[in-house]
Structure formats: structure tokens, C-alpha cells
Ligand binder design. Structure first.
Ligand SMILES: [Zn+2]
Length: 121
């Protein structure tokens, strides 16, 4: 479908994890639980029943790789030399607090991009 509306990404709404349509409603009801509809404007966040958020994995990957890289470098720097097992364990444990953030932002970025590219679907 096409739209006459210009392509637009509202970075403030993305940072605040808000609805791509109104910018006011929260996308998430809890750390890992999404609202089905925007509590402010009623926009349905998951457009398709199954597999809609598969595209969010690309954003998840893009967000996670820089963090994992920094953690790996930190683990190599502060850990015992010649111990890849220690670095892997360090990266795994240090990355866990980032998982909810990456989950939320990857889905939010995907919803915003999807709505910007195809607002009328
Ligand atoms: Zn809304």
C-alpha cells in the first residue's frame, strides 16, 4: 500500500517507547509485556497475528552486537589471560541486564519503522 504521508520517524517516541501514531501511549505494559493496543489512541501494535516481530530480530542483532563487542573487549582486558571460557561467562552474565532493554527497543524500532514505511496497512 502507499500513502501520501511523508516518511517520518519520531525519535522522541522511540526513545520513550511510545506509540508510533500518537506518541503518547506506552508500547509496553511491563518489562517484557507489550500492550496489544495503544492505551491512548487504540492503535494495534502487532499488525499480523503470527511472526510480525520477526523483523525486530534485525534491530535486536544491531543493538546487541556493539554491546557484546564492548563486553568481550572488557572481559579480555580485565580477565585472566588465555581464558576464553572466563570471557564467555563474563560476557554472558554482563549481557543479561541488557536483554530487556534490547527486547523493548528492537520491537519499538520495528513498529516505528513498519508504521513509517506502511502507515495505511
Ligand atoms: Zn497511540
Amino acid at each position: 500500500m502507499t500513502s501520501d504521508r511523508p516518511f517520518r520517524l519520531d525519535f522522541r517516541s522511540i526513545v520513550k517507547l511510545r506509540c508510533p501514531s500518537c506518541g503518547a501511549g506506552r508500547i509496553f505494559a511491563g518489562p517484557l509485556r507489550m500492550n496489544e493496543f495503544c492505551p491512548h489512541c487504540g492503535l494495534r501494535f502487532e499488525r499480523e497475528a503470527a511472526g510480525y516481530f520477526t523483523g525486530a530480530m534485525y534491530f535486536s542483532y544491531a543493538l546487541a552486537i556493539p554491546i557484546l563487542s564492548v563486553l568481550a573487549l572488557a572481559g579480555i582486558t580485565i580477565g585472566p589471560s588465555g581464558s576464553p571460557g572466563w570471557v564467555i561467562l563474563f560476557v554472558f552474565l554482563a549481557f543479561l541486564p541488557f536483554v530487556p532493554l534490547i527486547f523493548r527497543y528492537s520491537r519499538t524500532l520495528f513498529i516505528h519503522l513498519d508504521r513509517a514505511l506502511d502507515p495505511d496497512h
